[in-house]
Design a protein around this ligand. Sequence first.
Ligand SMILES: [Cu+2]
Length: 250
Amino acid sequence: MRGVWLAVGLIALAAPAAPAAYEEIAVTDGGTLSGVVRFAGTPPKLDPVPVHRNREVCGEQKASEALVVGSDRGVRGSVVLIEGVAKGKKATAEVRLDNRRCLFVSHVSALAVGEKARVNNSDAILHNTHGLAGTATVFNLAVPNRDQSVDITRRLTWPGVVRVLCDVHPHMFAWLIVHDSPYVTVTDERGAFRIADVPPRTYKVTMWHEGFRPKGVDKDGRPLYDEPRTITRDVTIAPRGAATVEFELK
Ligand SMILES: [Cu+2]
């Protein structure tokens, strides 16, 4: 998987060969990996994204979520992945990607292949939630009704990055990161993360963050940013140990 994550486009969903199946085992002497993603230097101020449709519901504009830096330069919405875990803890995540007040909540989600995922609509207007791996459609769901919910678990069969758009509202976009094991998480508003029950050994640990330097807009008025960033570090997890790693995003 390392090669996949190092390719900064990170388009692996159309991979020709099936990835080795992840095996769930009882992890008895697992350690914990925790840490923080911080922004180095002065974060750029991102322009808000104008809303073109359903302004009566959505408002006039939305703050860009491509880069959200909190206290002590902590970066929200970075993904941290432990690579190459073939056997480990049970995969139990349930991702709910909600269309809420004309935003995707959460803006960044991460899960393993096979973990449950749903698209939900909390608004009383039509959204069309469209997941893309590169240019290939992974799912494309019209959700016209409030409290409508569609299971997409079986659409997410390959590790990789899914860019999620709303075909109705170009200001809406989000990311779903699909990993080959449940050893993946997203940083909180302080930039912090924690992954538990990691089988002890040395791993490559990768931080991924979407691009945030503005590159104009596409034909629909959708904001475009530069390529995602990845940083990979070697981290050793000792039996029942607590390892920490810090990533600097620039
Ligand atoms: Cu929408």
